[in-house]
Design a protein around this ligand. Structure first.
Ligand SMILES: [Zn+2]
Length: 266
């Protein structure tokens, strides 16, 4: 059975069975429902529901008028749309931060990354959290893991899909601590421009190694990826001296496809 995340502009819906409620009273509600509805900006649990329809939801939190509106829009329209989530909201918020998307894209050579409206569960990440990826990426990741295991290489995922809202949340937190937009951009891609928004990027690690550190380069796991990952459709996005001016990230791989045919012709 495939496990699906339905992704809206401000709200997402995930299978209840994958998540735990903090409050006892909610735990029972959650356990007896099929979907958990969350606010994307901070992951707050807003409601649960058996079906994604307006009026079927049970609130798990006191909903602000904005939350209630977003929830209605999601259940009434967004929840079953195919394709990509419109990024208009994110672009507007970027403008408010004084960060023009077009100019930023030009300066860094980074592409705008829309979020898919549905993501597939690809097992758990290193921290036991559900790992969300596109269907194709998820399938390729499973094949990659199996092949690595056959060669006695243990890989794990540090992070997969991350939303625009999540990235905006990082910016807001850092701004409120007094950092400037320019300072934040030296470490974090602008919201809308992280490859993780696409559901096609995975930060890969190996047990015993710290997450997302340059030292990953010296592991057997990285050597194995260097030889085999491309056969499964994965490519290192930010090698040393990449044209985007992004620090070398040996852990960050993107599914670019084409791996399957290569695999069959091996
Ligand atoms: Zn990454």
């Amino acid at each position: 059975m495939s496990v699906i995340l339905r992704n809206g502009a401000l709200i997402d819906a995930v299978p209840s069975l994958l998540y735990r409620a903090a409050r006892h009273a909610d735990a029972r509600r959650l356990a007896n429902s099929r979907w958990l509805l969350r606010r994307k900006s901070d992951g707050r649990y807003l409601a649960c529901a058996d079906q994604l329809h307006v009026g079927q939801e049970y609130a798990l939190a006191r909903l602000s008028p904005a939350d209630a509106r977003a929830l209605r829009r999601f259940l009434g329209d967004e929840a079953f749309r195919p394709g990509k989530v419109p990024g208009t909201q994110t672009r507007r918020l970027l403008d408010q931060l004084g960060l023009q998307a077009a100019r930023y894209g030009e300066r860094t050579g980074l592409a705008w990354e829309d979020e898919p409206t549905s993501l597939h569960g690809a097992g758990l990440d290193r921290y036991g959290r559900p790992l969300w990826l596109t269907a194709d990426t998820s399938a390729a990741w499973r094949r990659l893991l199996d092949a690595a295991a056959d060669d006695d290489i243990a890989l794990d995922a540090i992070s997969g899909f991350r939303s625009h809202a999540y990235q905006l949340g990082i910016f807001r937190r850092k701004l409120s601590r007094g950092q400037s937009v320019e300072q934040i951009l030296t470490v974090n891609a602008a919201p809308g421009f992280s490859e993780h928004h696409s559901g096609e990027a995975i930060d890969i690690g190996t047990p015993g190694e710290p997450p997302a550190e340059a030292s990953f380069e010296h592991t057997d796991a990285f050597a194995w990826l260097g030889t085999h990952a491309e056969r499964f459709g994965f490519r290192l996005s930010y090698p040393r001296d990449n044209p985007h001016g992004i620090t070398y990230e040996p852990w960050h791989w993107r599914y670019v496809g084409g791996g399957k045919s290569l695999l069959l012709s091996r």
